[in-house]
Ligand binder design. Structure first.
Ligand SMILES: [Fe+2]
Ligand SMILES: [Fe+2]
Length: 190
């Protein structure tokens, strides 16, 4: 009897954490300003990962538990803001060849504890809430997502953020412009 689903959402998102960690580690070893293409690959993947969580994964937990005003997803969304702010600063400074080492260290630190919290609490909870069939269907949907346009994301950060729909978002957060599409997802609950 398997109490973990290797093909499920927890495994899918955890593997994506590992994939992104390994790209970020390569950037650190090579020097961020010498790794712009790799850093962009990391940023694109991380933004995509956050969008998947906020649009598809967290709403499952919130719908089942009713915890929309407080609880783990509220904290995770707030941390996504901080992660995106640090990511934006790192990308822009790396392109100028002017990265203060405290910046990537801060990003690495928050990602470490953020990812651990997701893997040990949220992903596990969502795995138990969604049927295996729906998990497979959702993963197929995520895998067929259109790629993120990093330049558009960077440009959006400099604009007045026009798509702030989450109640927990700060009005002055420059990087909180993930579009909240709220499409119907194929999820069915246990
Ligand atoms: Fe996250
Ligand atoms: Fe995550």
């Amino acid at each position: 009897m398997a109490d973990t689903n290797d093909a499920g959402l927890r495994a899918f998102f955890s593997k994506d954490h590992s994939r992104l960690d390994s790209i970020f580690n390569k950037c650190r070893k090579n020097g961020y300003s010498n790794s712009i293409d790799l850093l962009k690959e990391f940023a694109t993947g991380l933004i995509q990962h956050i969008i998947w969580e906020e649009e598809y994964l967290f709403p499952v937990f919130e719908q089942v538990t009713g915890m929309t005003q407080e609880g783990p997803t509220v904290i995770m969304r707030q941390e996504h803001h901080t992660i995106q702010e640090l990511l934006y600063d790192l990308l822009t400074l790396a392109e100028k060849g002017d990265v203060d080492p405290t910046l990537p260290a801060a990003l690495e630190g928050i990602l470490l504890q953020h990812n651990q919290a997701e893997e040990s609490v949220l992903y596990e909870a969502v795995d138990s809430m969604v049927t295996p069939e729906s998990q497979t269907e959702l993963i197929n949907l995520l895998n067929s997502s259109a790629p993120i346009d990093l330049q558009k994301w960077l440009a959006g950060v400099e604009e007045v953020p026009e798509v702030i729909q989450e109640e927990t978002h700060d009005d002055d957060c420059e990087t909180c412009h993930i579009e909240n599409k709220k499409e119907d997802s194929p999820i069915s609950f246990h």
